[in-house]
Write a protein that binds this ligand. Structure first.
Ligand code: BTN
Length: 243
């Protein structure tokens, strides 16, 4: 896989020397985090064929069966404060919409804040994790992305069959994981996290949550409202029904 990936990436791809491919690893985010702790450089990329312990937000499991999707984590080392990276998941979201569109011809939408969605079904997700040093600056950020590529409906666990999709289902075509991985890596490498405003403008155009009636859950509390806007950090601005 690594050699095929290197053969489809542009010859001058800046992160080519730091690509790590593992047939199976519990979670590429966990693996990348361990590498980052030992000093792995900016742009270190970890890809896996399968992830028995794939992780999503809020401690959820991310189903990552062998050869069916792209499971990728990248280590970033921007020199900034964590507050300057609040929009990182959004930035990666727009980059992944670009990557999927280039690989498959269809542009996913984003369900705030980190779900990639096609026809209201989940195509993939993003898990961003940050570490801060003792001076209060970002030590590293891990951006982990999983995208379903080759599954047919019956390949998903039964509880996901109605809510998940893949590029094969959505396009009717066979998109090779290596083609998608190449586009994902290029899009991540070219993200400009310093351009918060323009990133968020693009995110808003892809975000299907805006304008929707939503429920905000905090512990046991439920509040009903409408998602009206996003600020430049990617926070959702909600108008509650009580005004
Ligand atoms: C979510 O759905 O909440 C986010 C899913 C993120 C999954 C990716 S797959 C590569 C990386 N490694 C993980 O364990 N998680 C992310």
């Amino acid at each position: 896989m690594k050699n095929t990936l290197l053969s489809v990436l542009p010859k001058d791809f800046p992160w080519a020397d730091t690509i790590i491919y593992l047939d199976t690893v519990d979670s590429t985010n966990t693996y990348a985090k361990a590498l980052a702790k030992t000093g792995a450089p900016h742009g270190t990329c970890v890809l896996a064929g399968a992830q028995p312990g794939g992780r999503g937000r809020l401690g959820r499991h991310f189903s990552s069966p062998a050869g069916q999707g792209v499971y990728l984590s990248v280590i970033l080392r921007p020199e900034c404060k964590p507050a300057d990276l609040m929009h990182l998941t959004c930035c990666a979201g727009v980059a992944m919409c670009d990557a999927v569109e280039k690989a498959s011809g269809i542009r996913p939408q984003i369900k705030w804040i980190n779900d990639l969605v096609v026809n209201n079904q989940k195509l993939g997700g993003i898990l961003t994790e940050l570490s801060v040093n003792s001076a209060g600056f970002v030590d590293y950020a891990i951006v982990g992305i999983g995208i379903n590529c080759c599954q047919q409906t019956e390949d998903f666990p039964e509880e996901l069959q109605e809510i998940a999709t893949s590029l094969a289902i959505a396009t009717g075509n066979r998109i090779l994981p290596v083609t998608l991985a190449s586009r994902m890596l290029q899009a991540l490498c070219h993200m400009d996290i310093t351009q918060k405003k323009s990133v968020m403008q693009r995110y808003k155009a892809d975000c299907l949550t805006l304008g929707q009636d939503i429920v905000v859950l905090r512990g046991e509390e439920k509040r009903y409202g409408k998602a009206v806007d996003l600020d430049d950090d990617g926070s959702l601005i909600v108008a509650f029904s009580d005004g």
